[in-house]
Design a protein around this ligand. Sequence first.
Ligand SMILES: C[S@@+](CC[C@H](N)C(=O)[O-])C[C@H]1O[C@@H](n2cnc3c(N)ncnc32)[C@H](O)[C@@H]1O
Length: 278
Amino acid sequence: MRRRSILSCLAAPLNLLRAQDDERVWHDYLDWLRRQPFGLADPRSAYLAELKRQGLDEHAAQARFSLIERMRRARPDDYQRAFFDRTYRSTEPRFQSKPNELLAETVKSLKPGLALDIHMGQGRNAIHLARLGWKVTGFDYSREGVEAASKSASSAGVRIEAVVARHEDFDFGNNRWDLIVMSYTWVPLAEPWTTRIVAALKPGAILVFEHLMDSSGSDNAAVWLPRPNQLLQTFAALRILRYEDVRRQADWSWRPERVARLVAEKSEVSGPVHRLQE
Ligand SMILES: C[S@@+](CC[C@H](N)C(=O)[O-])C[C@H]1O[C@@H](n2cnc3c(N)ncnc32)[C@H](O)[C@@H]1O
């Protein structure tokens, strides 16, 4: 009995050390991945070669990569963030680096005020708005993206509030923004996010949304991609000013795609929103 409790006392610190080791292996891999060029076709082989270069034998390198693959399944969020960091570090942008067209058209008729750019990436939309006189806050969990946005804002001679944050932790506020931009965002089109975004708009404020449409009908489809007509339901608390389901060159794709676009306004007196806020 006593022997068992001594063994379990020893096991706890050992497990902690093992967990710390796993973390280190995972973060070393992510740091390496962030520095890789986009053309890298086979990250697994490249990383195995890197581990061998560091002195690991074949068996140890394979064991380490198996751990990385387990971590990748357990931590998809870390992996995706590293993917976006790598995207924004790249000198050849794999996305449209000009402002989103729907946003640019929409704001032509709006008086500048306070704008929130959700998942702003490298700031192409935030900077466009700041140039037009909007006071812009943009946030994103990619540190590389936010740094690129801050740098581009300085070069353009404008100020933006650029924040490294996850939407899970960001305080959207209530009745706070005159404009909210959701350009190719990864925010789930579900509660509590819809209510938070609608509540964050001031009465009379505008939401601009554009993203690839998911028409697969699959239960496994990404929760941030709108299904056909879904935006009309998701943002039914708003007055829909413009809705399009079109095939066009998408900002985050290299070929024409089915794209969902929405411009909506929070009414001065909006029944469903009041009900959601109660
Ligand atoms: C497809 S990009 C769009 C970027 C930008 N809005 C644009 O249109 O160029 C999606 C962005 O969402 C960010 N992102 C994904 N999940 C996030 C999360 N949970 N919290 C904060 N940012 C996130 C990524 O870092 C990435 O910059």
